[in-house]
Design a binder for this molecule. Structure first.
Ligand SMILES: N[C@@H](CCC(=O)N[C@@H](CS)C(=O)NCC(=O)O)C(=O)O
Length: 307
């Protein structure tokens, strides 16, 4: 007890305690001030909202890359592919405003809707756009593409970035956080641990490194085969399935190299599909392949975290 008291009374320990308390108080005050300003701006914006206009809430843009979140890319691509009028609200509102606490969410005619799949279904109804093809095989293939991407590829993507290459995602994520000094690194590590927990809960964490690499590569190969069938007019995918494919494949292209990423980057069907979709739907972003490939390559070893 005496030793503990002596340590606690040491001037260095007391100075450190004061500094940590001051930093925490400053962070809480800054966060509540930012939240209040955001809420007022959002109330004004909601009051001025136009009927029939879709307001898309998502993470801020990253230079000329689309969005950190593939789910945000799905919704924005679907809006553009179907000529639905929308306004992106990139990072101006926090996640706490979302009905499910995640991005993306939309607000249309006063209704807030979260989850990319639910959003696309709702938009198809409101704007009278087909959600799925009528031919049975096309409909089944479209659904399988959507599920393969959002249930399997998404887990490979998360594991590749957050477990194998956190140093690649750190600078991007840090650039989205407010200026909180050393707290930023703590926040990054909390988000990383949350992602790893999610992988373990889904069972993906049970796969060995070799098993996960093999599945990742097989999934990319299956998507390339589907795109080959689309080019040969053997199958027609829904607009939604193509948007999901675009969102995930364009993300995978950006990842640090591994056999599956190499497979995606050297695949002619994937390359053609990405180029055509980008040129048709996102000419304003001038997203060329080299800029996409370098997006995650600003490594910063200082953020590597062992756990
Ligand atoms: N099922 C959701 C997934 C959305 C999602 O996972 N969003 C992530 C980014 S990729 C997010 O907002 N994460 C923030 C958080 O969970 O705090 C969808 O399809 O929209």
């Amino acid at each position: 007890m005496d030793t503990i008291n002596r340590v606690l009374q040491h001037p260095h320990v007391q100075r450190a305690a004061v500094a940590v308390t001051a930093l925490s108080v400053a962070a809480v005050v800054a966060k509540s001030m930012m939240a209040r300003n955001q809420a007022t701006a959002e109330q004004k914006r909601l009051a001025a909202q136009k009927p029939g206009m879709v307001y898309l809430y998502q993470f801020p843009r990253l230079g000329n890359a689309l969005n950190l979140s593939p789910y945000c890319v799905i919704v924005e691509t679907f809006l553009r592919d179907n000529n639905i009028p929308y306004e992106p609200i990139n990072g101006k509102v926090g996640l706490d405003a979302s009905p499910n606490g995640r991005f993306p969410f939309i607000n249309v005619n006063g209704e807030a809707i979260a989850d990319s799949d639910t959003i696309v279904k709702r938009l198809s109804l409101i704007f009278n756009k087909p959600y799925a093809p009528t031919a049975l095989l096309d409909r089944a293939a479209s659904l399988m593409v959507v599920r393969l991407c959002s249930r399997a590829l998404s887990l490979h993507y998360v594991r590749h970035l957050w477990v194998d290459h956190p140093q690649a995602i750190a600078p991007l994520l840090m650039s989205l956080l407010p200026p909180l000094g050393p707290l930023k690194r703590m926040i990054f590590n909390v988000i990383r641990q949350k992602s790893v927990r999610m992988l373990n809960l889904s069972g993906h964490g049970d796969l060995s490194q070799a098993e996960y690499h093999a599945q990742f590569s097989e999934d990319v190969g299956a998507l390339s085969d589907v795109l080959a069938a689309v080019e040969a007019a053997q199958v027609t995918l829904s607009s939604y399935a193509k948007c999901v494919l675009f969102a995930f494949l364009h993300k995978i292209y950006m990842l640090p190299l591994c056999p599956a990423v190499e497979r995606a980057r050297t695949d002619p069907f994937i390359a053609r599909f990405l180029r055509t979709t980008e040129r048709t739907l996102f000419p304003d972003l001038a997203m060329l392949v080299p800029s996409r490939v370098t997006a995650y390559n600003h490594y910063s070893e200082q953020y590597v975290h062992r756990y």
